[in-house]
Design a protein around this ligand. Structure first.
Ligand code: ATP
Ligand code: MG
Length: 463
């Protein structure tokens, strides 16, 4: 049976055009001229997909999208919505994606691109029904790419990845260091239709400022001293695939301007060249600070921010999704037991308790490192408390530390040891109190960051 598409547009010529184009592809097409009419139609029969203009008198396309999604959720139905936006109105595309649109197309569009977007949205819908079924089968153990974790926060991340993986939509991944931003970027690429294209990663913070543009956009022979042959640049190297811009906040302002232009025009001009080259690249950017703050203080361009932030994936710190810890622990124990050819098959409940209670200032990376170390050192078949580093055990034990004596014991008092133990205890408490944020912990102890860090190292508390 042909899938039904409902077209909503207040412009007659556009309705006619879309009706012809989509019918020719074998879809059953209804057209209406307002959001209000669309809602009436939906009440009678649900289409598989709604394609709506954004700017309409009366209810606009965004309001229609929200209403349709709310009604669909209430009645347990699936409907995909694609919005049609005017050229250059990135903000509205962002709002639409955030409200649950499957995709957006920019006017003027080319027919092939529009049909591709429609087909993908419909395919995804079929897949999603299948996914819900599969997901309930695997329960508890749900992976996406190489990502482990079934907390609510991670389920939301998987959901976002699923929604964008088969599109060219740019996305921004934010999260503290070690939360898995790069793993997510790879999952977006390797699970989607671009997987056969290249995945090119660039760390914007690691390239000298004066080389960023030639690295990204390439150069032609003779463009500057030392340029003795043409170089393609990373943007073109990622053609047909994904360009991963890590630490995007470090991108110099001049390069931001050029990048924005390249994204708008889908073309790049190599340094020293007068010819533009077409590129088809999806950008995935990552940042361990909120990019919005960089926009606020003027170090990141707002227009580029909007281009990148069409979809934002936020990875919460591990301490805020403690539900993921046991699953990650088991995953890493299995993985490293194999790597180190160990017979480890379980984790003692005490060790698991400690691992669950720790605050992981270094997030998943820290957990992974400490399991690797524990597995490498472990002698038996079970991972135990003793296999965990002191700083992890200490963080829990701190509250239970032996109180200092109030009188001289008969054998005398080792003042150095006593003060050291006390100092260590307060360092750990400050770290706990500030959820692993060293700057705040230093402030709590009225010391400079530098001196705090020195003491952490002294007591083997640094990660
Ligand atoms: N959900 C996860 N499941 C499995 N492994 C994970 C997960 N999240 C992170 N990791 C592992 O933790 C390590 C750190 O992840 P990643 O490099 O993606 O972090 P990041 O957010 O990019 O950190 P940074 O900001 O320091 O670059 C990697 O080795 C990765 O394999
Ligand atoms: Mg990273």
């Amino acid at each position: 049976m042909a899938e039904r598409i409902l077209v909503v547009d207040d412009e007659l010529s556009m309705r006619e055009f879309l009706q012809i184009l989509l019918s020719r592809e074998g879809f059953e097409v209804d057209v209406v001229s307002s959001a209000e009419q669309a809602l009436e139609q939906v009440n009678e029969a649900w289409p598989a997909l709604i394609m709506t203009d954004l700017n309409m008198s009366g209810l606009n396309g965004l309001e229609l999208l929200r209403e349709v999604k709310a009604r669909a959720a209430q009645s347990g139905r699936d409907v995909e919505v694609i919005v049609v936006t005017a050229y250059g109105s990135t903000e509205s595309a962002v709002a639409a994606m955030q409200a649950g649109a499957a995709d957006y197309v920019t006017k003027p569009f080319n027919n092939a691109e529009l049909l591709l977007v429609v087909k993908r949205a419909l395919e995804r819908q079929t897949l999603e029904v299948e996914n819900v079924r599969l997901k309930s089968q695997v329960r508890g153990q749900y992976h996406f790419g190489n990502l482990v974790g079934s907390s609510r926060a991670m389920a939301e991340v998987y959901d976002l990845i699923r929604r964008i993986k088969d599109t060219r939509i740019n996305c921004l991944i934010e999260g503290e260091s070690g939360t898995g931003k790069e793993v997510v970027a790879r999952a977006v690429h390797y699970s989607g239709v671009r997987r056969d294209g290249p995945f090119v990663a660039i760390n914007c913070g690691a390239i000298p400022e004066n080389l960023v543009e030639s690295e990204l956009f390439g150069y032609v022979r003779g463009a500057f001293t030392g340029a003795n042959r043409d170089k393609k640049g990373l943007m073109r190297a990622a053609h047909g695939g994904t360009l991963f811009l890590d630490e995007v906040v470090s991108l110099p302002l001049a390069a931001q301007v050029t990048l924005l232009r390249a994204l708008q025009e889908r073309r790049v001009t190599p340094v020293g060249s007068v010819h533009e080259v077409a590129v088809d690249v999806r950008l995935v950017a990552a940042s361990n600070v909120a990019l919005e703050d960089a926009v606020a203080d003027g170090s990141f361009r707002e227009d580029l921010y909007y281009r990148l932030n069409v979809v934002r994936i936020v990875l919460p710190p591990l301490r805020e999704r403690a539900d993921d810890i046991p699953e990650l622990v088991r995953h890493f124990v299995r993985r490293f037991s194999e790597e180190y050819s160990k017979e480890l098959s379980s984790i003692s409940p005490g060790a698991m308790d400690i691992l669950r209670g720790y605050h992981y200032p270094g997030n998943v990376r820290e957990l992974q490192n400490l399991i690797e170390r524990a597995v490498a050192l472990c002698q038996g078949v079970q991972l135990r408390e003793n296999d965990l580093p002191d700083r992890v055990r200490g963080a829990i034990g701190a509250a239970l530390a032996v109180p200092a004596p109030t009188e001289f014991p008969p054998e005398g008092l080792n003042l150095d040891a006593l003060l050291a133990a006390e100092e260590r205890r307060w360092l750990m408490r400050a770290l706990d109190e500030s959820a692993g944020n060293k700057t705040n912990a230093a402030r709590l102890l009225q010391m400079t960051f530098r001196s705090f860090r020195y003491r952490l190292a002294k007591y083997d508390l640094d990660s």
